[in-house]
Design a binder for this molecule. Structure first.
Ligand code: COA
Ligand code: AMP
Length: 633
């Protein structure tokens, strides 16, 4: 039916009260909201200010009450652990209620923070929902981050308890989380009172007496507890994401608006029916995992798939097709990098033919720019709509998408289609006014942002305003640049800050520079994001050594690579650095990172008018060649 999208988008902006109060009917409230938007304290906006609910009960108990008790809520498929497990809504509700009781017995209550450092196991979801059940605020830290990153989050969130797994299973290696947790607690100024350890048979952790409690014991010995009644505006979780420095930003998500937006999105963006099997191949440590592995499918009464494996190598590039056919998933949501990996290993899609994919309806991609070749390859092989959609940790759900549940638009490769209802997307010029169609500008979202998006940063209203709202009054600055074409399609092109996107993981090059500059032989450094066929981007370090240092550059490079791995984590994928004589700078001393990146990637570039010494760039090009970049220069 045509016009449904336009009408929904128009109404979502023109009649916010009507649109969102209607959407709110999909949620079970203990006190239904009488108002949608509280706009009394701009630029801070709150949704459903008088509504009350428990989000975990909305994910679980209400489905049991409605007769879905025997439906699988969660399917765990782990090629890493050679395990498949299924949990019905009834079973998952009981596990969550008991673990919630366990957390409470450790003194965790409403408003307390609990950090989770977990592999992709059902217990990660049990712990998240158990927090939500008792009104505690969870903060999940991705397992690929190193101890100092965990320590920063401990100091910011001040958790009463940390829940961690004894190990992560990565191809060819075990990640011993306990040593990382111990180191993080040592580094952090704030000390959590207890830890709960989920023991895995592949590598058990030696518990610390008086600190560590066993996950399974705690769950087994605790009585189930009832969900706690929460205000819609109470925080549900904090999720840390890279900012422009090494200090991550604690994105706050409140419960009511999030539940409403996610339920709405399942029907209208993703076109899913309750009872269907939905699969998001991401990690619970990222926003995509929070929203679309855990909360949205469960809020909606679907079955969610939790996959502990990779798109390739576990055991091969047919893994995704096996999972889809074995569990009858109707849709998959993942990062383009996963498809680049599959395409690299199985360009003709031969492995796909071994599986029955007839029930599979759509592929959704997000987390990084989707290159048209990958999108077209996936479309040709799968013969279903391939939907590139754009969003961020901060927004919690998609900003732009082809909303399959409303109306399907023709796909334009390179575009994530149109603003989702609720979002007013503009490309702004430096003066803060929208530029004309086709012109690139700073992508910004007109305030108020819709329900589900961040109300602020954790205990840092000022940081929220400074990072996002100050530059363009009346708008939220996304940090992405791009354009809207004459048909209203949005093209997200690049970041305007130092964030890079490595295999769909958001990282700050500024954070990496902070690590490199701690090396005793490094005088100055820069980190740039260079193009990579598989991961989209990779970080590349440029090091200027202190005068008089005459150690072999290879040794220094090896050391800085290890430092980034130890300080930020393997997820940074920082493997290459090159020693150079000097960095290109403007006359005012600003490092010309953008120009270096263009040279490295063999893109056309202009000599910056403000450059201090133009000869430096030719030197850099030569140095970049030694590590396989700037080949054409
Ligand atoms: N715990 C510990 N370490 C982790 C980890 C975790 N949860 N996740 C990743 N890592 C490690 C990896 O083992 C790897 O370590 P290594 O340097 O020792 O090889 C490193 O972090 C980089 O990980 P990643 O960038 O994810 O690459 P990969 O080599 O594991 O696999 C592909 C990458 C090619 C398979 C990639 O296509 C992929 O699927 N990445 C994940 C995409 C994704 O889910 N993005 C989330 C946003 S939606
Ligand atoms: P994260 O907060 O980790 O989800 O990363 C958000 C960032 O990833 C965005 O600001 C974009 O830079 C990038 N991103 C996410 N989805 C897309 C997409 N579909 N197209 C282009 N960039 C994207």
């Amino acid at each position: 039916m045509t016009g449904r999208y336009a009408e929904a988008h128009r109404r979502s902006l023109a009649d916010k009260e009507g649109f969102w109060l209607e959407a709110a009917e999909a949620v079970t409230w203990t006190t239904p909201p009488t108002r949608a938007l509280d706009a009394s304290k701009p630029p801070f906006y709150r949704w459903f200010p008088d509504g009350r609910l428990n989000v975990a009960a909305n994910c679980l108990d209400r489905h049991v009450a409605a007769g879905r008790g025997e439906q699988p809520a969660l399917i765990y498929d782990s090629p890493m652990a050679a395990k498949v497990e299924r949990f019905t809504y009834r079973e998952l509700t009981l596990r969550v209620a008991k673990f919630a009781g366990g957390l409470r017995s450790l003194g965790v209550g409403k408003g307390d923070r609990v950090l989770l450092y977990m592999p992709m196991v059902p217990e990660a979801i049990v712990a998240m929902l158990a927090c939500a059940r008792i009104g505690a605020i969870h903060g999940v830290v991705f397992g690929g981050f190193a101890a100092p990153e965990l320590a920063t989050r401990i100091d910011d969130a001040k958790p009463k308890v940390i829940v961690f797994g004894s190990c992560g299973l990565e191809p060819g290696r075990l990640v011993a989380y306990k040593a990382l947790v111990d180191q993080a607690i040592e580094l952090a100024g704030f000390k959590p009172s207890r830890c709960v350890v989920f023991q895995r048979p592949q590598l058990r952790a030696e518990p610390v007496a008086g600190r560590d409690v066993d996950f399974a014991d705690l769950e087994a010995r605790s009585a189930p507890v009832e969900p706690v009644d929460m205000a819609a505006t109470d925080p549900l979780y904090i999720l840390y994401t890279s900012g422009t420095t090494g200090i991550p930003k604690g994105v706050v998500r409140d419960g009511g608006g999030y539940a409403v937006a996610l339920c709405w999105s399942m029907a209208n963006v993703y076109a899913i029916e309750p009872g269907e099997v939905w699969w998001t191949a991401s990690d619970v440590g990222w926003v995509v995992g929070h929203s679309y592995i855990v909360y949205a499918p469960l809020l909606f009464g679907a079955t969610t798939l939790l996959y502990e494996g990779k798109p390739v190598g576990t055991p091969d590039a047919g893994a995704f097709w096996r999972v889809i056919s074995e569990h009858k998933a109707v849709a998959l949501f993942t990062a383009p990098t996963a498809f680049r990996a599959i395409r690299r290993d199985d360009p003709d899609g031969v492995l796909m033919k071994n599986y029955d994919l007839r029930g599979f309806r759509a592929l959704f991609l997000a987390g990084e720019r989707c290159d048209p070749n990958t999108l077209l390859w996936a479309e040709a092989k799968l013969k279903v709509p391939v939907i590139d959609h754009w969003w961020q940790t901060e927004t919690g759900w998609p900003i732009t998408s082809n909303c399959l549940g409303l109306e399907t638009f023709p796909v334009k490769p390179g575009s994530s289609t149109k603003p989702v209802p609720g979002w007013d997307v503009q490309a702004l010029g430096p003066d803060g006014n929208p530029v004309k169609a086709g012109d690139v500008g700073a992508l910004a979202l007109k305030l108020p942002l819709p329900p589900g998006s961040l109300p602020t940063l954790w205990r840092n209203d000022e940081g929220y305003v400074k990072s996002y709202l100050q530059e363009f009054p009346g708008y939220y600055k996304t940090g992405d640049a791009g354009y809207l074409d004459a048909d209203g399609y949005v093209f997200v092109m690049t970041r305007t800050d130092d964030i890079i996107n490595v295999a769909g993981h958001r990282l700050s090059t500024g954070g990496m520079e902070e690590v490199l500059s701690n090396h005793p032989d490094v005088a100055e450094c820069a980190v740039i994001g260079v193009a990579d066929e598989l991961k989209g981007q990779l970080p590349l370090g440029l090091l200027v050594l202190k005068a008089g240092v005459n150690r072999p550059p290879e040794a220094i490079v090896r050391e800085v690579v290890q430092m980034v791995r130890d300080s930020i984590g393997p997820v940074a994928a920082f493997k290459t650095a090159v020693v150079i004589k000097r960095l290109p700078k403007t006359r005012s001393g600003k490092i010309l990172r953008g120009t270096m990146q263009k040279i490295a990637d063999d893109q056309s570039w202009k000599m910056p008018a403000t450059i201090d010494d133009p000869a430096v760039l030719a030197e850099i090009a030569e140095d970049l060649k030694t590590v396989g970049y700037a080949k054409g220069s």
